[in-house]
Design a protein around this ligand. Structure first.
Ligand code: ADP
Ligand code: MG
Length: 672
């Protein structure tokens, strides 16, 4: 194989015969039948056979090869905008060819653009099976791929490492049989099952892929448990003191999660736990209890948050909770004055202060945490894998900190079992008592004035409101302008109220001043961009207005709505939308209107968007599944998980072969 071809194949992630085997068809084309030209229909791919009646290069409107084919029933035009002289020869007048393509209506009857051509003899037999079409890249033709794959099918040893009885239980074919069925469908194969990837051969390959994913996640999990961390035995003194001083009791879910975390922290290997809980479920308290377990043992703990606003809010809350216990919390953020920051850094370096809260300022160079034993990452999906790694590296080389990741974006069960299976998970499935459910209203923007009136009434009645500006993803400048204009308009319309503004371009101390004023009740209406999306907690705010709600994603809407409904007052979220709504826009608003449960919403989100963005947000370097679909093959995940555990334990050699087959040398990547 030439170096050039090898280079092109590498683009398709094909680095050897093994990768060729698993380079499976994108779809299939039915070349087993010929359609008389008179019977072709626009939009329905068809194969026709006939004689070339004319072949010419036309120069206008642009250079192209135009060919007319006739078969006795009619005439069809074929066009190529890019073509080689060899193609012209193949299509010389009088030649007999088969064309496969999608006909569309043209000026002179039906035409095909860039159909596949095959020169044929009179009465040449048709293939008796479906023709696979492979994903490819410019310069690698289908015929080349097919030839290479056929060669690999013959030369490679297609052993089957899966236990036969599992295949029997799941009614899946063997590996060799499955590959042959996919690369060379049998004449009687069900075309729909192949096309929809429901054929047992597809299921076999998808099962194997899920199995390998489970194996590599499981291995990463085991590797972590082999590393060392500072054991933080449960002493209970400080956590008990905090709970005793709080005006409320933890929910059952909070107690359960706290106990799971406490047990992990006591172990000599690093915890890697995801604390999942809907907005408002009280994750901060659970994190605080874990941090106190570190302090109880004389070690440091930090909490990292994605925005200044959130970091400051955490710092305030933790300080308020812990000051009475005589515990100081350092605060690191870009907004603090240089001298204040120096002091904080020194107090952390010397170990005088054991707790710190901050933004990514925490992972910057000057920060040293000689006794770091626990790192909490709030809204973990907002951070990239590198930032989380940097935080982990703040610990000493041979002493990894325990990691607690928190997220309010619930991960649907299938994703939790696959892409997140290397983590332990605690779930807060219960909201603190006394919350009244949020009512959601959908209002067309023609009725914006009524909404403004509603805000006035609520605020005159002593409540507070958020007003979220339309999202303008394309331009930050426009986003800013919109925010300022919205603020001006509302300040004028609501002249008897105090209206404030926060947006991403404000300096950190300005942002913080606005949030503080809102929190203290000195501002009635807070006009905001999505900087308030995560975590902000002002219980007296009971009205949330979101303009152009159709532009926001589901997770974002759910997060925004979660800013209200935190106190005892009845809360309302008004989603203002503009007509006409796109199909997805309509679908999303319907989901958010009908559901308040974050898990339901996440499931719907997964359905509407696919898993790409969820997993993309994790930025973990984990490849997406190539063939298995979490929605359609969810029933295979549990058996894959069970078999992975068993094979890792009892069948090391078969495990190795499988991982090699699917990952080659790429497994190192997955460990990041
Ligand atoms: P989230 O899970 O969204 O981060 P927070 O930790 O911000 O939620 O908690 C939301 C609000 O509920 C806070 O004001 C917090 O003090 C309060 N809270 C937490 N736990 C309880 C509880 N068990 N009972 C009553 N209120 C609680
Ligand atoms: Mg939070």
């Amino acid at each position: 194989m030439g170096a050039q071809l090898a280079g092109l194949l590498a683009k398709l992630d094909i680095r050897g015969p093994r990768d060729l085997l698993l380079h499976l068809p994108l779809r299939y084309e039915d070349e087993t039948r010929l359609t008389p030209i008179a019977d072709v229909r626009p939009g329905f791919p068809a194969q026709v056979e006939g004689e070339v009646a004319a072949c010419e290069v036309v120069l206008r409107p642009r250079r192209q090869l135009v060919v007319r084919i006739h078969d006795g029933s009619g005439v069809l035009v074929a066009r190529w905008l890019n073509f080689y002289p060899s193609q012209q020869k193949q299509l010389a007048v009088g030649r007999r060819v088969r064309l496969f393509g999608e006909p569309r209506g043209g000026f002179f009857g039906y035409e095909m653009v860039h159909p596949r051509v095959r020169p044929v003899e009179q009465d040449e037999p048709l293939p008796d099976a479906l023709t696979p079409v492979y994903p490819t890249t410019a310069g690698v033709g289908q015929a080349t791929l097919r030839k290479l794959i056929d060669r690999a099918l013959q030369s490679e040893h297609l052993d089957d490492p899966l236990p036969a009885e599992i295949l029997g239980d799941l009614r899946l074919p063997g590996f060799a049989e499955a590959l042959r069925a996919l690369h060379h469908p049998a004449p009687d194969a069900d075309p729909a099952a192949l096309e929809l990837r429901e054929h047992p051969a597809w299921r076999r390959i998808k099962f194997e892929e899920l199995l390998v994913q489970q194996m590599s996640l499981r291995r990463a999990y085991n590797a972590r448990r082999a590393r060392r961390a500072v054991p933080l035995p449960e002493r209970g003194r400080l956590p008990r003191a905090l709970l005793g001083a709080l005006p409320f009791r933890p929910t059952g879910a909070q107690s359960r999660a706290a106990a799971e975390i406490a047990a992990d922290l006591a172990a000599p290997h690093p915890m890697q736990r995801l604390l999942q809980g809907d907005v408002g479920s009280g994750k901060t308290l659970v994190a605080a209890l874990a941090m106190l377990q570190a302090v109880d043992n004389g070690w440091q703990a930090v909490m990292m948050a994605p925005t200044e606003i959130l970091a400051e809010q955490h710092w305030r809350k933790l300080s308020a909770w812990l000051a009475p216990l005589g515990i100081d919390v350092a605060w690191l953020s870009g907004s603090r004055r240089k001298r204040e920051r120096e002091t904080e850094l020194e107090r952390l370096r010397s170990g005088e202060v054991l707790l710190a809260v901050g933004t990514h300022a925490l992972i910057e160079d000057p920060v040293t945490l000689p006794r770091l034993a626990l790192a909490v990452v709030d809204e973990q999906h907002r951070f990239g894998v590198r930032q989380r790694l940097a935080l982990r590296e703040k610990g000493e080389e041979n002493r990894r900190p325990h990691m607690l990741m928190m997220s309010a974006t619930p991960i649907p069960r299938t994703l939790a079992m696959t892409h997140y299976a290397d983590l332990d998970v605690s779930v807060l499935d219960e909201l603190p008592p006394g919350r009244t459910p949020i009512r959601t209203r959908l209002v067309s923007d023609a009725r914006r004035d009524e909404v403004v009136e509603r805000v006035r009434q609520a605020c005159l009645g002593g409540r507070q409101a958020y007003w979220v500006c339309p999202l303008i993803e394309e331009s930050e400048a426009l986003q800013l302008q919109t925010a300022v204009e919205t603020f001006d308009a509302l300040a004028e319309a609501l002249s008897e109220l105090r209206v404030g503004l926060v947006h991403g371009r404000l300096k950190a101390d300005e942002k913080s001043a606005a949030m503080k004023a809102f929190s203290a009740g000195e501002i009635d209406v807070l006009v905001a961009t999505t900087v308030i999306e995560v975590g902000v907690d002002v219980p007296n705010a009971s009205l949330m207005v979101i303009e152009h709600a159709e532009r926001f994603g589901l997770a974002q809407l759910h997060q925004l709505r979660g800013r209200v409904g935190r106190g005892s007052a009845e809360s309302v979220c008004i989603l203002i939308y503009a007509q006409p709504l796109s199909q997805t826009g309509r679908e999303r608003l319907k989901v958010i209107y009908e559901n308040t449960d974050g898990f339901e919403i996440a499931r719907a989100d997964l359905r509407i968007r696919g898993p790409g963005e969820f997993v993309g947000a994790r930025q973990s370097g984990l490849p997406l599944l190539r063939y298995a679909s979490l929605e359609e093959d969810g029933d295979l995940i549990e058996p894959a998980r069970q078999l992975a555990e068993r094979m890792l334990r009892d069948m090391p050699e078969a495990t190795e072969r499988l991982m090699q087959r699917w990952l080659g040398g790429r497994e190192a990547l997955l460990r990041a």
